[in-house]
Design a protein around this ligand. Structure first.
Ligand code: ADP
Length: 397
């Protein structure tokens, strides 16, 4: 069985064709500059990279080009579209309309339209991606796989904001979380690596990338996560502020003469590591600047580690103990100093890092970086969100 995974953004579209028997990526690529001049497809297959430069006015044009490339004589990996058994679409927000992976249908897409405003930066692009696929591959089975589904098991007392309950009911304003496919993948992979039943484990998963979120997973189910109604909440991120007192937001907007929408754009795009350091949102740049003596870059890194550590502490309490901490994503997989910053000082809670093991060179494998006598295992597990989307899609079929 072959599943095509689609991750559509407003002007880009990423895809992977996955063979479910081996769970191997057969081909993958990205369409860039959709709807903008200078469209480009970068396609990787057979260990080679193929580039097609072609205007891509719409997502339908992008999908058509992807399918053409997949069956191309040189760059192709299948002989016809019939070899694609189904398509899995990544969707950021589900609201309360969808609790789990759902088959694409007219009814499901009507619900998607209704909840689009919950994630105005992401969901409309996913809708464009689904509609494009439906136009180019009529009748093909497709699934909507939500970033929020893994967090649907949070108890009400964890996902509610303390606002008027009637307003929650009326407007569905609550915590939904994000990066769910990643938290699901690494928490399951941790249990597998340790040879344990997920039902026995209390795990904290730290997805630390440009966007970062931390989740508490008990018995295989998410019981809390750091992102909220949108991905703006939680730890500070590349360009997002993370948690902030809302009265400070109103005060800042007033002082800077910003509307609420402009203020949110500021908190999403100009704050976090970038805002504090004044250097960059990229952790590699921050590390280099801090090494060179830049105090604000160091301050941003310290704030990040401190905030992550506080979530780890809070989730140990929420879980009633801890067996495993997992680090994943761009920063979690590649930055030993950040991992050390997050777990240092937690020795009294049974969390003990092996500083030498922590320095390993990332080779894409699972690494155990806790000390031999650490009560809590510390693992680094490369995430694979596309594989989760493909597995969910295959399971639905
Ligand atoms: P997102 O998917 O949220 O855009 P990623 O998970 O790709 O983000 O993480 C990007 C971050 O990971 C950047 O801040 C980058 O500096 C950091 N990073 C550190 N080392 C590496 C590396 N070797 N490869 C890729 N990203 C890295």
């Amino acid at each position: 069985m072959k599943i095509l995974v689609i991750n559509a953004g407003s002007s880009s579209l990423k895809y992977q064709l996955i063979n479910m028997e081996t769970e191997e990526v057969v081909a993958k690529g990205t369409c860039e500059r959709i709807g903008i001049d200078g469209g480009k497809l970068t396609h990787k297959a057979h260990g080679e990279t193929f580039v097609v430069e072609q205007e891509l006015p719409t997502h339908t044009d992008a999908i058509s080009l992807v399918l053409k490339e997949l069956v191309d004589e040189k760059a192709g990996v299948i002989s016809s579209m019939d070899e694609i058994d189904a398509v899995g679409h990544r969707v950021v927000a589900s609201g309360e309309a969808f609790k789990k992976t759902t088959l694409v249908s007219d009814e499901a897409m009507k619900k998607m339209d209704e909840i689009a405003e919950l994630a105005p930066l992401h969901n409309p692009a996913a809708i464009l991606g689904v509609n494009a696929c439906r136009a180019v591959m009529p009748g093909k089975k497709m699934a909507l796989v939500f970033d929020t589904s893994f967090h649907a098991t949070m108890p009400e007392y964890a996902y509610l904001y303390a606002v008027d309950y009637d307003d929650y009911k009326k407007y569905q304003v609550r915590k939904y979380g994000a990066h769910g496919t990643s938290h699901k993948f690494v928490s399951q992979a941790a249990a597998e690596y340790l040879g344990k039943d997920p039902a026995e484990l209390k795990i904290i998963t730290c997805h630390l990338g440009n966007g970062s979120s931390i989740s508490a997973v008990k018995g295989g189910k998410c019981i809390d996560t750091s992102m909220g109604f949108t991905p703006l909440a939680g730890v500070p991120m590349g360009t997002r502020s993370g948690d902030i007192d809302y009265a400070a937001v109103e005060f800042l907007c007033r002082k800077k003469g910003l509307s609420m929408a402009e203020g949110l754009n500021y908190l999403n795009k100009k704050c976090g590591m970038l805002g504090v350091s004044g250097v960059s949102s990229d952790f590699r740049d921050l590390a280099a600047a801090a090494d060179g003596g830049n105090k604000r870059a160091q301050l941003a890194l310290d704030m990040f580690a401190y905030s992550c550590k506080k979530y780890v502490g809070a989730y140990m309490a929420a879980l009633g103990g801890l067996d495993v901490i997992v680090f994943t994503a761009g920063v979690g997989e590649n930055t030993p100093s950040v991992r050390a910053g997050v777990v240092s000082g937690l020795e009294a809670f049974g969390v003990k890092l092996d500083y030498k093991k922590n320095q390993y060179k990332n080779d894409g494998a699972v690494h155990e970086i806790s000390a031999d006598d650490s009560a809590v295992k510390i693992l680094v597990i490369p995430t694979n969100e596309e594989l989760v989307i493909a597995r969910e899609t295959a399971a639905l079929l």
